[in-house]
Design a protein around this ligand. Structure first.
Ligand code: ZN
Length: 173
């Protein structure tokens, strides 16, 4: 199977079963297919599959809350919450590798969207220099501590196209 060649089909037309002959009753297994667009957030999730951490930045010079440099949002916001203008994408992968730290953390047994990861799960909030927001993610292979330097790792070999394609590990010196 090619890297991005996925079979999302969950319908098996050959699985029809005859239940009764008089009257004829057949059983056809069906499962709902949920079609969901990531819309303007697509670059973020596509970036994770390519080993890139993409944020957005407000470039509206009149956006007062954002100030001179502009607010940088991670998780990305397609529209600036302060001025409602469309944001622009910026690559913060290197910035994250050099400056990311654990802002806070919690160990959870039922990690919600992360419920496909081994439990207990170490949920962390990540602060990155120059990024105005913190992103929640998961720490692998270490006990979290506030202020711990960390770096991102990406699931590029078998991407899920979910937030599970991003995790963090302690930063190598
Ligand atoms: Zn703005």
């Amino acid at each position: 199977m090619a890297k991005h060649d996925y079979d999302f089909s969950n319908l098996n037309p050959t699985a029809t079963v005859l239940r009764k002959l008089d009257p004829i009753v057949i059983e056809k297994p069906r499962a709902p297919i949920h079609i969901h667009t990531y819309g303007g957030e697509s670059p973020f999730f596509r970036g994770l599959t390519e080993g890139k951490l993409l944020a957005t930045r407000c470039v509206n010079k009149k956006c007062k809350p954002a100030g001179k440099e502009g607010h940088v949002f991670l998780p990305p916001r397609v529209y600036c919450p302060d001025c409602l203008e469309r944001t622009e994408w910026i690559d913060v992968t290197e910035r994250a590798r050099k400056t990311a730290r654990i802002h806070t953390h919690i160990t959870v047994a039922h990690p919600g969207a992360f419920n496909r990861v081994p439990i207990p799960c170490e949920l962390i909030s990540v602060e990155i220099e120059g990024v105005s927001t913190i992103i929640m993610s998961q720490l692998r292979g270490a006990k979290p501590e506030i202020g711990m330097p960390i770096e991102p790792v990406f699931e590029t070999a078998h991407p899920t196209f979910t937030i599970l394609d991003l995790a963090w590990v302690p930063r190598k010196a």
